[in-house]
Design a protein around this ligand. Structure first.
Ligand code: ATP
Ligand code: MG
Ligand code: MG
Ligand code: MG
Length: 485
């Protein structure tokens, strides 16, 4: 089954169970200041769960465009390192607004996975919230999952495990205990079952989360009961597709095959590889990063964001530059990233027509960003390479904050890009030192502003505007960065 068929099978299955098929909302949330990007299918229904909004249906199903590259759910650093994480992915979901609850949610999920998709039951594991005896009983007694494949997991307060069976959209908003379904990809892959100390591997992959929405968490940390117990589920399309296409990694599914090939071609061309040359290694993790990031960047631009120095624009810039640096690592010495926009539109334009109708605009926005970064990347990489060589010789294993700041300030290297390069060499960045350097400069800029005012020079406001990347060719540009996350 192709990913597109899996998407429609999911939606049709829930439609047959009385759910209204609702279109994905944009990756930029409408009017939710608590959220940088749409990170789950439930976002567009937040007010319905809270009881502020009413819809003509009490059951819905969606395939939602999600971005997890900042805020509470941030997978940017996982991309290129795991088989299962993207910055952009599609979340298939079914929702009950005060309609069905635990029993039906679990039964629907099991029916779809084992009857429609015909997954072998013995490969499925489930987790339940430690105190949720009701969910445990449904899995065990009604559905018949044996006790040895049901794991009780808490809210990770001790931070011992990465699993967390209390789902929250962000620090505030609807939340509740959840039950998750994992697929065992087999013993060839490293990783332990959910809840075990080595669960953070790619063997037992979480495919579906069913959240029992019961509370609204407010800023003071208080949990208020929702008007009606509800259901919110999310299954990663790329993860279930990998399972159904009998591949282990999300990057091997049909949605990615052509995109990875296009990424390799684009990088090789920009690296000057001539006909007959082998070019870069087709299995390089850097190509996966590029293929992932072109999706995130294209969908973000399609929904109205442009690269910038604050908020969403800065997240977009960080993702784009991270991808460009990976191409540079593979040998690209000229812009290549933006040329992947049209191949992506071919792959995903049927499901998301906004990608096709905006392709030319996305192409030029990303091209401009890429050309700008190519002006400084070579010099920046030279500085970083020699700093890395120095720490390797000295054995400190850490890049100092001043160097990271200089790379950020003068060469347009967001600090997480610097950290990404360093991580490949087993080196970290002194984040505290970086922030101290940034604050020092902010103070200097402020003092300079006051000095000008005292001297009667023209002065128009607080000197916090961040013009750094706009004037990047200027070695002396001094900027005040704006942080997200
Ligand atoms: P993980 O533990 O693997 O990081 P999660 O617990 O953070 O996943 P949820 O918030 O429960 O994920 O989201 C619901 C579903 O969305 C997951 O079960 C998974 O199938 C999918 N998903 C979550 N994050 C990603 C991602 N970065 N890339 C692809 N799919 C994802
Ligand atoms: Mg996660
Ligand atoms: Mg998880
Ligand atoms: Mg989860």
């Amino acid at each position: 089954m192709k990913a597109s068929e899996i998407r429609s099978t999911f939606l049709n299955f829930f439609e047959s169970k009385g759910h209204q098929i609702v279109a994905s909302s944009p990756v930029v949330p409408g009017d939710d200041p608590t959220l940088l990007f749409t990170n789950a299918g439930m976002n567009q229904f937040k007010d319905v769960f809270l009881g502020f909004d009413k819809r003509p249906y009490s059951r819905a199903t969606t395939s939602q465009k999600c971005i997890r590259a900042g805020g509470k759910h941030n997978d940017l650093d996982n991309v290129g390192y795991t088989a299962r994480h993207h910055t952009f992915f599609e979340m298939l979901g079914n929702f009950s607004f005060g309609d069905y609850f635990k029993h039906d949610a679990i039964s629907f999920a099991w029916e779809l996975l084992t009857e429609q998709f015909k997954l072998p039951k013995e490969k499925l594991w489930v987790t339940v919230y430690s105190e949720d005896d009701e969910a445990y009983e449904i899995w065990n007694k009604v559905v018949g999952v044996p006790a040895e494949r049901i794991v009780r997991i808490g809210d990770n307060k001790g931070g011992r495990y990465m699993s967390d069976n209390f789902w929250m959209m962000g620090d505030t908003g609807p939340c509740g205990p959840c039950t998750e379904i994992f697929f065992d990809h087999g013993e060839d892959v490293a990783g332990g079952p959910p809840g075990s100390p080595n669960e953070d591997g790619d063997r037992y992959i979480e495919i579906w989360n069913n959240v029992f929405m019961q509370y609204n968490r407010t800023e003071d940390g208080v949990m208020h009961k929702l008007p009606k117990p509800s259901v919110d589920t999310g299954m990663g399309l790329e993860r279930i597709t990998a399972v159904l296409q009998h591949v282990h990694s999300n990057y091997e599914i049909d949605l990615f095959v052509a995109l990875l090939a296009a990424a390799k071609n684009a990088v090789d061309f920009a690296a000057g590889v001539t006909d007959g040359g082998a070019g870069c290694d087709a299995s390089s993790p850097s190509l996966k990063v590029i293929a992932d990031h072109i999706r995130a960047c294209s969908f973000t631009v399609a929904d109205g964001v442009i690269p910038g120095n604050a908020g969403r624009g800065f997240v977009l810039r960080r993702i784009a530059r991270r991808a460009i640096r990976h191409g540079y690592k593979l040998g690209a010495r000229a812009p290549f990233f933006h040329t992947l926009v049209h191949p992506l539109a071919v792959q995903m334009g049927d499901a998301y027509p906004e990608l096709r109708s905006n392709a030319d605009r996305i192409f030029s926005v990303l091209k401009q960003e890429e050309e700008r970064f190519f002006q400084t990347i070579a010099n920046g990489m030279e500085i970083l390479d020699s700093a890395l060589a120095a720490v390797e010789t000295s054995g400190t294993k850490q890049i100092d904050g001043d160097t990271a700041f200089k790379l950020h300030d003068t060469y347009g290297f967001p600090v997480d890009l610097t950290a990404d390069v360093c991580r490949e060499r087993g080196v970290t960045v002194d984040q505290a030192g970086f922030e101290a350097a940034m604050n020092r400069q902010r103070d200097q800029a402020r003092a300079a502003g006051k000095f000008k005012m005292a001297a009667g020079l023209s002065y128009s406001g607080v000197p916090t505007a961040f013009h750094g990347y706009e004037h990047l060719n200027c070695e002396t540009s001094k900027v005040v960065a704006v942080y997200v996350d």
